[in-house]
Design a protein around this ligand. Structure first.
Ligand code: GEK
Length: 241
């Protein structure tokens, strides 16, 4: 279904929430808003395949409708492991469960409606957190990354994808203009782009690449690499030694 959530002029724009109207259009919304989304999701499976071990857990934190879980389950289907997919929006997890019923996967996917801050992470060989840390309060971000680190087995990895900002004002403005052009070329109007930006203010709080790399190091990850960037969207892999 086509995303028209912000297409009509609103008297006041409410804070962005992952509610039923967003869930209905979510795949279209994220594809038309996040450059490189399909690539990063596809690579979740390819990268997961290097780390997932038999009889371990793979976590999809902030799973939405399960795009990363399905990419992993369809690509890494030669091992006995479980996917635990977590999201705190009941509308998202209910819809994901319905989609899952229609898909054939050889790997069990346990969908949990809960906050990632309250999720136990254990016996993990891989965790993916695609575009979700950005919605968690900055003061809680070290805590969740430390918890993922503690729950990973040695040799395990975290894939983290995020929207980012830049230290240089010029670079920020250059990239933002290109992101705006990307959204316009995908059919969003100026009104839609501006109302969505208002809705996301203080909800999606992006950080710089060096803030992310610094956090990985602080939280214990010996190795952390940015493996992908398209404009202001990046993806990292951090490995526990
Ligand atoms: C994808 N990974 O398709 N605990 C659990 N879930 C949360 C929390 C939290 N504290 N905060 C936000 N969420 C997906 C896309 S979307 C990204 C992820 C986007 C959930 C929220 O309900 C939403 O489903 C998801 O994180 C973020 O690759 O829409 O830009």
């Amino acid at each position: 279904m086509k995303d028209r959530v912000y297409s009509e002029k609103m008297d006041s724009v409410e804070r962005f929430r992952f509610n039923a109207s967003v869930v209905d259009v979510f795949p279209d919304m994220i594809n038309r808003s996040v450059p490189g989304y399909e690539t990063m999701i596809g690579f979740s499976g390819i990268i997961a395949d290097r780390y997932i071990q038999p009889q371990t857990n793979c976590y999809d934190l902030g799973c939405s409708l399960g795009a990363s879980s399905f990419a992993i389950a369809n690509h890494v289907n030669h091992f006995d492991y479980s996917i635990i997919a977590v999201d705190n929006s009941p509308e998202m997890t209910e819809r994901f469960a319905k989609i899952k019923q229609r898909q054939i996967t050889t790997v069990p996917i346990d969908i949990r409606c809960m906050d990632v801050m309250d999720t136990d992470i254990n016996n993990a060989s891989f965790a993916v957190m695609n575009f979700t840390l950005q919605f968690i309060a900055p003061e809680l971000r070290d805590e969740i990354i430390k918890k993922i680190y503690a729950g990973l087995n040695p040799g395990g990895a975290l894939m983290l994808s995020e929207k980012i900002i830049f230290d240089s004002e010029k670079e920020q403005s250059f990239i933002e203009q290109n992101h705006y052009a990307f959204k316009k070329s995908n059919g969003y109007s100026e009104l839609e782009i501006s109302q969505k930006r208002t809705a996301l203010e203080n909800v999606l709080i992006a950080e710089t690449i060096s803030e992310h790399i610094g956090r990985f190091q602080r939280c214990g990850f010996a190795e952390a690499y940015k493996w992908y960037q398209c404009l202001n969207f990046v993806s990292f892999v951090a490995v526990k030694k």
